[in-house]
Write a protein that binds this ligand. Sequence first.
Ligand code: SAH
Length: 242
Amino acid sequence: MNYESSYTAKPFGTSAEPLKQGDGFMNRYGASMAKLRREMVDGLRRKGIGNERVLEAMESVERHRFVDEKSHARAYDDSACPIGYGQTISQPYTVAYMTTLLLERCPLPAKVLEIGTGSGYQAAVLDALGYQVFTVERLPALYRSAVALFGELGLPIACRLGDGSLGWPEESPFDGIIVTAAAPHCPDHLLQQLADNGCLVIPVGEQDLQQMTIYRRIGMRYEKELFQYFAFVPLIGREGWN
Ligand code: SAH
């Protein structure tokens, strides 16, 4: 079980190696952010994430850029982290887990939609893998800061402000859809916006516990697979929680 909205696991980034010149941001142990990222990836590997392309993408994305400065030192811990407005950036393990599920079923090149932009980190990891990324956020402040950050980082990620439980019909169909908030049931709109053979990765269940679920579209029918349990913040909207 993974609690998305709370600090949990022991940090990976506890190395006390001496500081290298010009190596970017430093944490309070004097380790460079690049080194912390490598340690985060090693930790993910130990926890069972085996997809090297996913690990490589996560080693390349500067997660500390997606949290505020006072959280920089913890940016590479394997824990969720508050991003304001009661929302959290997902735990690295959760990002790695969902991204692996998607990548194993949704080969590149492909067009993917993320619901729940939040900090923008998950979208940046999908971009680093080579997906064409679309993302929807319902909270204006988070939407605006993600748009600004993607601009600063030069990431070609398309953002929309709105109720993502209804998808992004004008840009559909999508080869993959990934929902990073907890849904009470699988939104029909998202199923309808999948391309043939497309996959939807979504945590479905109660507000405090959901099962990671995959729907694959095969013509007019859908195949469902069930995975590990997680605890995400709620998907709020017409096809989510009220
Ligand atoms: N993927 C994010 C973490 C998501 S936290 C990251 O990498 O940081 C879940 C996000 O989903 C929150 O930002 C929340 O505001 C958003 N959300 C909840 N319901 C939504 C909806 N109906 N449409 C779009 N975004 C929604």
